[in-house]
Design a protein around this ligand. Structure first.
Ligand SMILES: Nc1ncnc2c1ncn2[C@@H]1O[C@H](COP(=O)(O)OP(=O)(O)O[C@H]2O[C@H](CO)[C@@H](O)[C@H](O)[C@H]2O)[C@@H](O)[C@H]1O
Length: 860
């Protein structure tokens, strides 16, 4: 039987002894670990007891349990994500009251939904010009739905979950001289591993007098004037003028090529330019936007507020997520196409759309680094105090492909679009603190389509260390105060090499109660005692995900966990891997907008034999390589740092040059590696082209025009480029690690299966070996080659499957129960107050059943 997940049970013996049993229909609970039961709370006399039953989902709010051999039958109270008040319902009267309240509430919601449906029907009627919004004093509200006024009056909100101003009541004054610390990066340096390039760089000395308060003065609110969704659809072109996004930085106006070095670039300046991770941008990514009409359509079809009409009129198919539709807010430091330095941007731009397609109501929250074309000012302003300074945050929003994109504007984020992880350590830290503090409140403040998300049925998806503070703030500011009790947080690890490390004194910037320091404090042999933001996020999040199965395994090892493997192992019950998908609109040879000019052409599986050679010829021409169809063209795209194994390629270049191949490398990152690219081109100008810079257009064209993509990454959490390559009939040669091992099945020439070549160790001779076999097949076994291409192109690598897997994790988090089994009243109190403490001794009950679907489990 498949495991459907691990559920926590905190044992509090008072209920156990309480003994009043209201028996309900029950289904068997299928696994139980007596040893943990004993560990869980000193209930040694219960060690032979077994959980024999668990209530079905229908019986939300109550759970009965047999402690079989002891003969006790006790009620277990538990908290369920969507339920409210269940834990309080002790007596029959209280239960009836609760039922009454719930019924009333349901009626209200149904009425509201009916209204909404009516308005939607009106909007769908082309004859009706009337908008479902009314305007009064320049303010918009949906007719029939409560006007959204700042953070008030949102009918979605649970009464007891409304944050009040000053919720962040834990005022923490820190008047300390920060210890002088010398750090050079935020991530531990692994022996044999390079420091990731875009790390926080630590200031050598931090003698500051700090006063931090978490109380945030909330400025009086303008009622946001929210334009109707259908009217905020973006212009067809995401950026006003693509051509204005040339290769620019302070020192170079075009892509820096080896052969052009002397004329275009001063290497000293180049070096300076790359300190602090300066990226070069050219064109925007190719996200295609819906027309106004389509955007309107999708706004009507995709949001999760769509509910089955009980009267049966206007019946539409239910959302793919079925009854499990949720409100989802993904929070990330970058989001393509507006901001992107790597794979995180791609994920933040694409995964939410796939979740919206399943019927969820989905929002993305990202910083507003530049003047983006589509998002409009929402009219909402908030003040946050960071390091004693009052900082104003305003929100811009747009609605694209069923997703609410909300951009947070602040002086801290402005005009750093080419260097979003740049600046000194404290600057970066303050940015992330502000971002997370404000992001956790977005569901209350920013009305999307006229209605705030509120905290009902809400889950946050935080990404990497930059937003790992979000689960911590959710707990410290809200849950600990009995608010947002049912809101869940998921933390996704895209790259554990970046952890948000700093000296322990940095805690003063966080604005957290002192006892929270322990969550952040970490000791390891390399960094010594330090503060680790990712560690705190991992401990606090309700679930932790990473971006492939292979990487999820690696993270639990000392080699792969970069000092956090212990915490990950401790939290294994809430941790799993889901392989990323790709945006099949953006990365599709049939639709790719970068293949529509300069001699390139769109192609598909059917036109592979003509389209791909044409793209190859166009690429050779564009790069200044001899246009030859017979020569294998190898490509590399990625950050130039130790992770990506660029050094292995460098060591293999002399061998490659003896093989009659062409090589193009596109990347930006470590100055020495950038210089190396330039040098290779200078040395082998008729065979190697090194492009230093960040160009989405060139990345697409290399992916289409190359025959082979090299990805010798030393570690690779998932990797997107190999998936893009396979979709374009470009064969990957990869180090079998992390997500690369998950996604590139090695070629088997006997059975004619597989998708590319893999090698087991990140060593140059292994790369050469794999590449040698690949080249042999390219040259001598054309049919096999075509088979490889076709198999790659025929895969479904879209986000849809991954989104479904995400959904299962979100649902598991939502139904994460805390079952309190009490021995006496005092213990029950302790259980409630010291959730944290109990977390360590939680019982884990593994339900054996089809994946994660509790309804199914109940039905069985
Ligand atoms: N110079 C350049 N010009 C233009 N485009 C460039 C570029 N350099 C990189 N890119 C683009 O940036 C993206 C990088 O994707 P990766 O999967 O390699 O991500 P990265 O290592 O940044 O992210 C981390 O997060 C992602 C997402 O989870 C994981 O897949 C990955 O393993 C993990 O390391 C691709 O879209 C690529 O085309």
């Amino acid at each position: 039987m498949a495991s459907i997940g691990t559920f926590q049970i905190a044992v509090d013996s008072s209920i156990l002894l309480n003994g009043r049993n209201r028996h309900r229909p029950m289904i068997p609970i299928l696994a139980y670990r007596p040893k943990k039961f004993v560990d869980a709370g000193g209930l040694s006399n219960c060690h032979t007891a077994g959980f024999s039953r668990i209530l079905s989902e229908d019986n939300v709010g109550r759970l009965s349990l047999h402690c079989g051999s002891v003969g006790w039958r006790s009620r277990i109270k538990f908290v369920q994500a969507t339920g409210k008040g269940s834990e309080e319902a002790e007596s029959g009267d209280e239960e009836d009251d609760a039922l009454q309240v719930t019924t009333e509430k349901s009626k209200k919601v149904l009425d509201m939904q009916k209204d909404l449906r009516k308005q939607i029907a009106e909007r769908e009627n082309p004859e009706s010009d009337e908008l479902p919004y009314k305007e009064s004093n320049g303010k918009f509200s949906i007719i029939g739905i409560a006007t959204t006024e700042g953070d008030k009056n949102n009918e979605n909100l649970d009464d007891d979950s409304l944050p009040t101003s000053g919720v962040h009541s834990a005022v923490h004054d820190v008047n300390e001289n920060l210890a002088s610390s010398e750090y050079s990066f935020d991530t531990m340096t692994q022996p044999g591993k390079d420091v990731p390039h875009n790390e926080i760089s630590f200031q050598p000395k931090l003698d500051q007098h700090l006063k931090v308060t978490t109380s945030e003065s909330v400025q009086s609110q303008e009622v946001p004037s929210v334009p109707p969704r259908s009217s905020v659809s973006p212009s067809p072109e995401p950026f006003p003028n693509k051509d204005s996004y040339k290769w620019v930085n302070n020192n170079a106006e075009t892509i820096i090529t080896g052969s052009e070095t002397s004329t275009k670039v001063d290497p000293d300046k180049l070096k300076d330019a790359n300190v602090g991770n300066t990226f070069l941008y050219d064109a925007p990514s190719s996200l295609k936007y819906e027309t106004n009409k389509n955007a309107k359509q999708s706004s009507l079809e995709d949001t999760s507020v769509k509910v089955q009409d009980p009267t049966g009129e206007d019946v539409k198919p239910p959302p793919l997520a079925g009854p499990n539709v949720m409100n989802i807010i993904l929070v990330a430091a970058e989001c393509a196409p507006w901001s992107k330095t790597g794979g995180l941007g791609d994920v933040a731009g694409a995964l939410p759309k796939a979740l919206a397609r399943r019927g969820h109501r989905v929002m993305v929250v990202a910083p507003r680094y530049g003047n983006y074309a589509e998002p409009q000012h929402s009219g909402v302003r908030k003040m946050y105090k960071i390091d004693g300074q009052d900082l104003e945050v305003t929100y811009f929003q747009t609605y694209i492909d069923g997703v609410d994109f909300v951009f947070m504007d602040s002086p801290l984020f402005r005009h750093i679009e080419n260097n979003i992880y740049g600046g000194n350590r404290v600057d970066i830290l303050k940015r992330m603190v502000l971002f997370c503090k404000a992001a956790v409140e977005v569901p209350w403040h920013v009305p999307c389509g006229g209605v705030c998300y509120g905290d009902g049925n809400l889950v946050f998806i935080a990404n990497d260390w930059h937003t790992a503070l979000l689960p911590v703030y959710l707990k410290a500011y809200y849950r600990d105060n009995g608010l947002m009790k049912y809101t869940r947080s998921i933390l996704v690890i895209h790259n554990i090499a970046h952890q948000g490390r700093g000296p322990v004194d940095d805690f003063s910037y966080m604005g957290l109660p002192p006892h929270y320091l322990d969550l952040f404090r970490l000791y390891d042999p390399v960094g010594g005692e330090h503060l680790n933001i990712l560690a705190a996020g991992l401990k606090t999040a309700d679930r932790v995900l990473t971006v492939s199965h292979g990487y999820s395994w690696e993270l639990k090892t000392p080699e792969g966990g970069w000092g956090l493997h212990g915490i990950i192992n401790d939290n294994d019950w809430k941790f799993c891997g889901i392989v990323n998908g790709i945006d099949t609109k953006d990365w599709n040879p049939e639709l790719d907008i970068y293949l529509q000019s300069d001699g390139y052409m769109n192609y598909s599986l059917n036109t592979l034999q003509t389209g791909k050679p044409q793209c190859k010829a166009a690429l050779q021409k564009e790069l200044g390589l001899p246009v030859r169809a017979d020569v294998p063209l190898l490509g590399f795209i990625g950050r130039l740092d130790g992770q990506k194994g660029v050094d292995l390629i460098a060591e293999a270049v002399p061998w490659m040059m003896g093989q009659d191949v062409q090589l193009v490398m596109l990347g930006t990152g470590r100055p020495d590696l950038e210089q190396m690219l330039i040098q290779f081109e200078a040395q082998y100008s008729d065979r190697v082209k090194g492009r230093v810079g960040f160009s989405v257009k060139t990345a697409h064209r290399i992916t289409a025009g190359a025959d082979i993509l090299l990805m010798p990454s030393r570690f690779e959490p998932c990797g997107l480029n190999q998936m893009y390559a396979m979709c374009y009939g470009t064969i990957p040669v990869v180090h079998a690690v992390g997500g690369l091992r998950d996604t590139v099945q090695p070629f088997n020439p006997i059975e004619e299966t597989g998708l590319g070549w893999t090698f087991a160790r990140a060593e140059t001779n292994e790369l050469i070996n794999a590449l040698g076999n690949c080249l042999l097949t390219y040259r001598q076994y054309k049919k096999s080659w075509e088979g490889l291409q076709r198999r790659g192109m025929m895969q479904d690598l879209s986000w849809d499957k991954a989104a479904q897997n995400y959904e299962e994790v979100l649902i598991a988090a939502k139904y994460q129960w805390r079952i309190c089994l009490a021995a006496d009243g005092a213990d029950l109190q302790r259980c409630r107050l010291a959730d944290n403490k109990w977390a360590g001794s939680m019982l884990r009950v593994v339900l054996q059943s089809p994946p994660m679907n509790l309804r199914d489990a109940a039905a069985n």
